[in-house]
Design a protein around this ligand. Structure first.
Ligand code: NDP
Length: 434
């Protein structure tokens, strides 16, 4: 805490992992003696840089850019870029730390990193976003590469931003390589990458439900967010026969008791991805309830799939979910539940899929995109979807292996933390004091 003052989200993430690992490390002194967890909690390298750019009015703007290269024991640094006004070093360190465990769980050879900027793409024109991305990449290009560090999208960084970033990298380096994932289909992207995090979370939740001989058919599902992850989570739930009743953005949430069907979801995708509008417009269009400045967890549901941002479910909301009959929370977002909310889930023994396991589908398909780029091949939609499903099933199996208690209850959080740790720890031991 003294070395990382004020980085509350980073402290929270390290604390959660340490709690899961304490007994395991005591039982395996080789990890303790080599101070593996202490080393994993210190980034290998952090780059912080100035991002100057010119807005449409000709005014000079200045933002701050970051890349946290957390751990490269099992592969090149890999993790998204976040453009959001709340971005700071502590948030990116928490995300990079989580990413190390998540990437290890995917079974693919990827280290962990994360980056971004306090730039806010909202209300900016395409030209402004492009100039910002070009300036950001002018510095970042000195530190990344297809075998070194391969960034991707995250909050505020979708297909448009990845395109501008990739174009600038190509121009500066005069090479066409898989240096970013989440690229467009026509220029090296993988099929299913946009869908992967949402679909993957649903596949993971399906595996958890299976352990109770249950499935999504007829389930009432509450989703937060309305961005990339939320949209494709909703799409898969609808396909599996569940009823999605909520979506949100940072201004509020909508409650559609009849369920969001395919047509209504198309409206959301157009609204968010093309018009870049607010979710409130859904309520106006379909005549449903809109709750400004609120989160959707007071609505009765069977399954909750938080897919917006960190710390978006607190203790009281977790208690409300359970009181209303929720049997499963599976995290599409990174660390959406506070530690107190997680305590409530575990105490009540509901199915709880932590983000680093449940939302690993996105980075998994990014890993598959890297493989396709290296091979200069593209796999079909069916091939990639089948691999994604298999990876999510494997992650579930790993969580059960390391997280099953004597009474049969599976603590997926412990399972994910220990399962993700072992592979990285073994690689670090083998590579000496690095
Ligand atoms: P998007 O930018 O596409 O969407 C984010 C959504 O969350 C928007 O609806 C946004 O609303 C809302 N949101 C963002 N910040 C806040 C906030 N502070 N309070 C309330 N709502 C907020 O991002 P993604 O869908 O890609 O990411 C969502 C989550 O999933 C993040 O936690 C991300 O780290 C995680 N994730 C994403 C992966 C991916 O492949 N994209 C992979 C793994 C995890 P608004 O438009 O108003 O800002």
């Amino acid at each position: 805490i003294n070395r990382n003052p004020g980085e509350v989200e980073f402290h929270q993430a390290v604390h959660e992992v340490t709690e899961s690992l304490l007994d395991f490390i005591e039982d395996n002194p080789k990890y303790k003696n080599a101070k593996i967890l202490e080393r994993m909690s210190e980034a290998e390298r952090i780059i912080i840089f100035r991002v100057p750019w010119v807005d449409d009015k000709g005014n000079i703007q200045v933002n701050r850019g970051y890349r946290v290269e957390m751990n490269s024991a099992i592969g090149p640094y890999k993790g998204g870029l976040r453009f959001h006004p709340t971005v700071n070093l502590g948030i990116l360190k928490f995300l990079a730390f989580e990413q190390v465990f998540k990437n290890s769980l995917t079974t693919l050879p990827m280290g962990g990193g994360k980056g971004g900027s306090d730039f806010d793409p909202k209300q900016k024109t395409d030209g402004e976003v492009m100039r910002f991305c070009q300036s950001f990449m002018t510095e970042l290009s000195k530190h990344i590469g297809p075998n070194t560090d391969v960034p991707a999208g995250d909050i505020g960084v979708g297909g448009r931003e990845i395109g501008f970033l990739f174009g600038q990298y190509k121009r500066l380096r005069n090479e066409f390589t898989g240096v970013l994932t989440g690229k467009g289909r026509e220029w090296g992207g993988s099929l299913i990458r946009p869908e992967a995090t949402g679909y993957g979370n649903v596949y993971f939740a399906e595996e958890m439900l299976k352990t109770q001989n249950d499935n999504f058919k007829g389930k009432i599902v509450s989703i937060s967010g309305s961005g990339n992850v939320a949209q494709f989570t909703a799409e898969k739930i609808i396909e599996l026969g569940g009823k999605v009743v909520t979506l949100s953005d940072s201004s509020g949430f909508i409650y559609d008791a009849d369920g969001i069907d395919e047509e209504k979801l198309k409206f959301v995708m157009r609204l968010k991805n093309i018009k870049r509008g607010r979710i409130e417009e859904y309520a106006k269009k379909f005549g449903v309830e809109y709750h400004p400045n609120e989160r959707p967890w007071k609505i009765k549901c069977d399954v909750a799939l938080p897919s917006a941002t960190q710390n978006e479910i607190n203790k009281e909301e977790a208690e409300l979910l359970i009181k209303n009959g929720c049997i499963c929370v599976s995290e599409g977002a990174n660390m959406p539940s506070t530690p107190e909310a997680i305590e409530v889930y575990l105490k009540n023994k509901i199915l709880f899929g932590p983000g680093k396991a449940a939302n690993a589908g996105g980075v998994s398909v990014s890993g598959l995109e890297m493989s396709q780029n290296s091979l200069r091949l593209s796999w079909t939609r069916e091939e990639v979807d089948a691999q994604l499903k298999r990876i999510m099933q494997d992650i579930h199996t790993t969580c059960v292996k390391y997280g099953k208690n004597k009474d049969g209850f599976v603590n997926y959080m412990d399972g994910a933390n220990i399962g993700g740790f072992v592979k990285v720890a073994e690689a670090m031991l083998a590579q000496g004091l690095v």
